[in-house]
Design a protein around this ligand. Sequence first.
Ligand SMILES: Cc1cc2nc3c(=O)[nH]c(=O)nc-3n(C[C@H](O)[C@H](O)[C@H](O)COP(=O)(O)OP(=O)(O)OC[C@H]3O[C@@H](n4cnc5c(N)ncnc54)[C@H](O)[C@@H]3O)c2cc1C
Length: 592
Amino acid sequence: MSMTNEGMVKGGEFLLREALGSEIFTPEDFTSEQRQIADTTETFVKNEIFPALEQMEGQDFALVVEKMRRCAELGLFLIDIPEEFGGLELDKATSMLVAEKIGPTGSFAITSSGQTGIGSLPLVYYGTAEQKQKYLEKLTTAEWVGAYCLTEPDCGSDPLSARTTATLSEDGTCYLLNGVKQFITNAAFADLFTVFAKIEGQHFSAFLVERSMPGLSIGNEEKKMGLKGTSTAQVVLDNVRVPVENLLGEAGKGHKIAFNVLNIGRLKLSATVVGAAKGAFSEAASYAVERKQFGQPLSSFGAIREKLADMAGSLFAAESLLYRVAGLLDERIATLDREGDDYYERYQKAIEEYAGECAIAKVFCSEALSFVADEALQIHGGYGYIKDYQVERYYRDARINRIFEGTNEINRLLIPTLFFRRADGGALDLWEQVNSVQSGICFENCEDAGGDSLFGPEFSLLANQKKLFLLLLSALGDRRKEQELLLALGDLSIAIYAMESSLLRADMIMPSANTSEQKKGLLQAVVRVIAFETAARFQLTASRCAAYGVQGPELVALQKTFARLGTYPAVGLLEAKHLLADAATESGAYLF
Ligand SMILES: Cc1cc2nc3c(=O)[nH]c(=O)nc-3n(C[C@H](O)[C@H](O)[C@H](O)COP(=O)(O)OP(=O)(O)OC[C@H]3O[C@@H](n4cnc5c(N)ncnc54)[C@H](O)[C@@H]3O)c2cc1C
């Protein structure tokens, strides 16, 4: 039984109506308790993980496990665990904040999120009381390490085509698992594997498989580009006898486990990469001050200052968007009645509501990290290419984030597909709005916009972008289903969400008595940078999408409308960038 969801923000609704600042969760909303947990995590990472990173990068897995146990001692593995199993069951915002603080460690962040996320959550959400009793405490204390085995050599993006089989034994007491799982994080030292396999070659299901079960073996360590301190290897299953009581969830319903865990996994990954991007940003900002060329610090050159300002813009948008989604999940989860056997089913549904927003966060944040890490390395020049500098590791570790937890192509395609599916099912009145946009569209003028907010022009731009999105959908008709168009529609949704999340957050902080004049200036500057970048990207992508799907005079008219109504004047853009760059180099860290 759930309480009413009336008045709650619906998944995908941001495309259709103006959101209010008061509706969104921002990093400024963290309580002192949440900040304390973040500080504890940060201190632990600084004092115990960073000094051990080099040794862990050399694949000292005994040390990795030792550090995992230290994490557990601090309670960091209890955050998402239900209270009845000794957990803290904190909100998603706190869970993301902790993931962000561990994020700069790269390898260790992935190892530990393998434990707390994909390694434990399937059991938390779908395990029976007996299964949880047997395994959960072992995982939260890190006595055991967890791993998640979905990918196979021939099936990555299409996990339902798995070839691993589970055959019921003649006496009906166990399943015999056969197959090979590819690229499994934590494989070398994991004790419990959540393995996906098809019962009788047909019914996709999940199983809890212990390392000690005969027939399970681990392949050679993959030699990777980055994340060198993680273990990644094949898990080979050769007639592994798994007791029937270790079937996780219902037979034939493994897809639910795989996909639902991915929603939270994507958001956790977003938090981890925001943390890594902040780390890379700090390295770049301080290096720019230390390093001199032509008798001046790098930070005095416009070329370097522009990079720092753009990196700050990208990070502010990523952070705003990430915590907005975490807040949405928390708000909906908070309405659930904790009683009843179907609690986790309803919990999953609450998360699934925002599957599109989770995918947006994954794509935007992982690409923000790619951009920030790349520019941070560039600011280091040749030294950035040398292992003695942290930025070299940030750059290598960043790349995989666009590939795992669903590649960014798969996630981009998923975003509009999910929204269309919700609209087809009546959960979103998208098609009504697409039809009404044809009959008469009223656009706001960016330059003339007023209102109470200091961000009038930016709010008008945002309102126009939402209408242009509908106009484009209306012009595309059925062609919107082709992949090249879906990818563009995914990008437009991302641009709108990034712009709106940043804008609403800045607009909320601005009037606060706690906001200094300097911070107000920085907020105005960062919004200007984000609005300019988003407007440019939106226009380009919308024009491309129109060119793919619309012909003749209608195309020309559409592209003119995009140019006329999607342009952002960005008065004072250069001064805004100077302000952001100066603040970054003065503090040597991320500004907000
Ligand atoms: C370091 C590392 C750790 C990992 N950890 C784990 C783990 O712990 N557990 C686990 O189960 N897996 C893990 N993986 C696997 C990872 O999730 C997969 O690599 C990922 O899902 C992509 O699958 P793939 O590599 O087979 O690529 P493919 O699916 O072969 O994709 C190749 C390219 O084709 C594109 N593509 C594929 N299908 C489509 C389509 N329908 N439409 C458009 N484009 C498409 C992709 O976007 C990509 O660009 C890990 C991988 C690595 C490298």
